[in-house]
Design a protein around this ligand. Structure first.
Ligand code: NAD
Length: 421
């Protein structure tokens, strides 16, 4: 996780720690796209009485009047662009950090931002249906009808279409509330964004999460009923907050840079400090990894392999490494111990692998390095592959997996060459 300050950082931690994260959004997630919410002082219901415009009874009585309210709203909702809050939620879903978005909104902005699993519990303007013949029409066909007639007539039977948004006296779309409740119960974290939590049954979803043992966090400018029971409440802008959370959770860019002749010198200077910190148990130290092979493009992290007499490290050795600025990762799935130190920009700059001297790990790394040093044409091909993958892969995970597929046969060649040497 990259650094983030204060409460935004805490929210990012909650997203990571309590998976899966399910998001519940309301009108407040779209106000920064220029769409007014319902209950703020400047909201829609400050101007229009919902009993006259958002009731099925009112629509049946006077559809033209209801469309006088909806027609300009359709134009506004279709013209609006996703804001940083929508984009951040889509990014978090893409990266596997958000399971789904349950929205009370009828605008299509979550979908347009790239969110894939969106449960629209109050319907959407994406389609309109004829209450006479049952025919359903997509937004692209309804917009010209609105422009031509104000209240759009059904092209099949002429009756006025009804937008597929849920009016106050209507049932919620079949299955949507069941799915939303199941998601709320599964959620490790239910993140409420831009909702007053006053419209039921959706407003009860946080209760389902809490009852199932999950946590709730709220990003909303004004109080909600769940604030007292929430792990974290941020009275901030949805766009700024979620944008900062997504940025905090973003991986540092994949960095594969051209060989730098400074690398061996950096290794020498650092290895002296590391050997002094690790003391008498050090038998041998070597520069390993890609930064040790002239001509090889690499992630600019200097790998320092320290061969130890005994791998168990006394607490004072770990403390001495800490003094040098090294974080200790313990065994880290290696037959040894791993430390790393970051540079001023917060990127890992040095890895120290403390391994058994003359052990398998030690020899595998030497085999790889020495084979590439002795076969520059392999180093050139490997460098090209790294550059290609770094440009193509979206996540570090994908990069490592695809690089490993290239490295496995390369290592086999190195190992049999090393065995002969
Ligand atoms: P609401 O109007 O009751 O509450 C919106 C909440 O968002 C308020 O508490 C407000 O303080 C907060 N808020 C506003 N701007 C914010 C921002 N930039 N950052 C953080 N918080 C912000 O809306 P609701 O809870 O969604 O419930 C009302 C109904 O409104 C829903 O059923 C929904 O269908 C409908 N609605 C939808 C849209 C839309 O589709 N964009 C717009 C208006 C209303």
């Amino acid at each position: 996780m990259q650094s983030a300050t204060g409460e935004t950082g805490r929210l990012a931690e909650l997203v990571l720690e309590h998976r899966p994260c399910v998001v519940l959004t309301g009108a407040g997630v779209s106000t920064e796209s220029g769409i007014p919410d319902f209950r703020s002082a400047s909201g829609i219901w400050a101007e229009f009485d919902p009993r006259e415009y958002a009731m099925l009874g009112a629509f049946r009585r006077d559809p033209e009047k209801v469309w006088r309210f909806y027609a300009p709203r359709f134009a506004m909702l279709t013209a609006a662009e996703p804001n940083p809050a929508h984009l951040a939620l889509a990014e978090l879903e893409r990266r596997g950090l958000v399971r789904a978005v349950v929205t009370q909104n009828i605008d299509p902005l979550h979908e347009r931002a790239g969110s894939r699993d969106v449960i629209e519990v109050h319907g959407s303007i994406r389609t309109s249906t004829c209450l006479g013949c049952g025919q359903r029409y997509p937004l692209a066909e309804v917009i010209p009808l609105i422009e031509a007639h104000g209240a759009p007539p059904c092209p099949a039977c002429g009756r006025i279409l009804k937008p597929d948004v849920v009016f106050f006296d209507e049932l919620l779309p079949e299955g949507a509330m069941e799915r939303a409740t199941a998601l709320a119960q599964e959620a490790g974290l239910l993140l409420v964004v831009g909702s007053s939590l006053e419209v039921y049954p959706v407003a009860d979803l946080p209760r389902s999460t809490l009852a199932a043992g999950g946590k709730v966090a709220v990003v909303n400018r004004t109080p909600t009923w769940v604030d007292d029971r929430a792990e974290l409440v941020l009275r901030e802008s949805a766009g700024e907050t979620l944008g900062a959370v997504a940025a905090a959770l973003r991986e540092p860019p994949l960095e594969v840079v051209e060989y730098d002749p400074e690398w061996p010198r950096r290794y020498e200077a650092e290895a002296d400090l590391v050997c002094a910190a690790l003391g008498a148990d050090v038998v041998h130290v070597e520069h390993m990894g890609s930064t040790a092979v002239p001509g090889l493009a690499a992630k600019p992290v200097i790998d320092i392999s320290v061969g130890l007499r005994r791998v168990e490290l006394a607490a004072e050795r770990i403390a001495a490494m800490d003094q040098l600025g090294y974080e200790y990762l313990g065994e880290n799935n290696l037959p040894g111990r791993l430390f790393f130190r970051k540079d001023d920009a917060g990127r890992r700059a040095y890895h120290v692998h403390a391994v058994e001297h003359d052990g398998g790990h030690w020899h595998r790394h030497r085999a790889f390095r020495d084979y590439l040093r002795a076969h520059p044409e392999e180093a050139v091909r490997y460098a090209a592959e790294k550059r290609r993958l770094a440009a193509q892969c979206e996540t570090h995970e994908e990069y490592w997996a695809r690089k490993q597929a290239y490295v496995d046969p390369l290592f086999e060649r190195a190992w049999s060459w090393y065995g002969r040497g």
